[in-house]
Design a protein around this ligand. Structure first.
Ligand code: ADP
Ligand code: MG
Length: 254
């Protein structure tokens, strides 16, 4: 309605809402009508075979990839709005990738401090205090002055998580953040994410870690070839999957 302000976002509404999202690259439709909600404090896991569109989906949420049609809202912000303030969106949405891409010539602490200082222009001393607290939170106290090359993959990934948290996001997106790690360091990263979730952080994760999904997720979505084939809480998802594709996938990974 002309002249009417959009209804204000309230915590009772989904913090992230996708409605019938489609995405094509050229003539190839990669997302074919995805709808899902993430509510405040929820942990949502997306699983599915490689190439099913999981990364594309998660990248659409923080506007790294523009959708072809459909609606994505983050706390009421329309992500597809041509006048979208990307910085405002990305302050709300933290993202961690498989590749942690830390700055190699900066220490762990400097990596965590950079965006709040250089992107947001926040006070250095205040940011440093917060960054040190975040290093403790991801269980890396004592590694503040280490360079990325001196840290294990799992430690670097936890620095990347702390770096993302330093922007004080309301929701965190994780795209297969343990997929490139040595098995022995996967667990420490999953522990960090679990602790974040227990603190109430809203998390949307693409993961192949089925035990983690079973233990930590509130809701699991299974995607295949750009559609959500099946979804439900872990209690039913793992034991009573209805769809043949889901059952086949689970039989291969469990
Ligand atoms: P997943 O994360 O589930 O493995 P992706 O979202 O990475 O799946 O990819 C889904 C499909 O989209 C794949 O076929 C991939 O090749 C294609 N795709 C992803 N990004 C691009 C892009 N930037 N340009 C063209 N095709 C892409
Ligand atoms: Mg992917």
């Amino acid at each position: 309605m002309a002249g009417t302000a959009p209804p204000a976002w309230t915590p009772a509404k989904p913090i992230v809402q996708l409605v019938d999202v489609h995405k094509s690259f050229g003539t190839v439709e990669v997302l074919k009508g995805i709808s899902l909600d993430v509510r405040k404090g929820e942990v949502i896991c997306i699983i599915g075979p490689s190439g099913s569109g999981k990364s594309t989906l998660i990248r659409c949420i923080n506007a790294l990839v523009p959708v072809t049609s459909g609606t994505i809202r983050v706390e009421g912000i329309e992500v597809a709005d041509p006048k979208l303030d990307k910085l405002a969106l990305r302050r709300k949405v933290g993202m961690v990738f498989q590749q942690y891409n830390l700055f190699p010539h900066k220490t762990a602490l400097q990596n965590v401090m950079m965006a709040p200082i250089h992107v947001l222009g926040q006070d250095r001393r205040e940011v440093e205090e917060r960054a040190r607290a975040l290093m403790r939170k991801v269980r890396l106290a004592g590694k503040e002055d280490s360079y990325p090359g001196e840290l294990s993959g799992g430690q670097q990934q936890r620095v990347a998580i702390a770096r993302s948290l330093a922007m004080r996001p309301d929701v965190m997106l994780f795209d297969e953040v343990t997929a490139a790690l040595d098995p022995e360091t996967v667990k420490e990263v999953l522990v960090t994410i679990r602790e974040l979730a227990e603190d109430g952080m809203t998390c949307l994760l693409v993961t192949h870690e089925m035990n983690f999904a079973r233990d930590v997720a509130d809701h699991i979505y299974f995607t295949d070839r750009g559609v959500i084939v099946e979804h439900g809480p872990p209690s039913t998802f793992f034991t009573a999957a209805q769809d043949e594709r889901t059952r086949r996938f689970l039989s291969q990974v469990l």
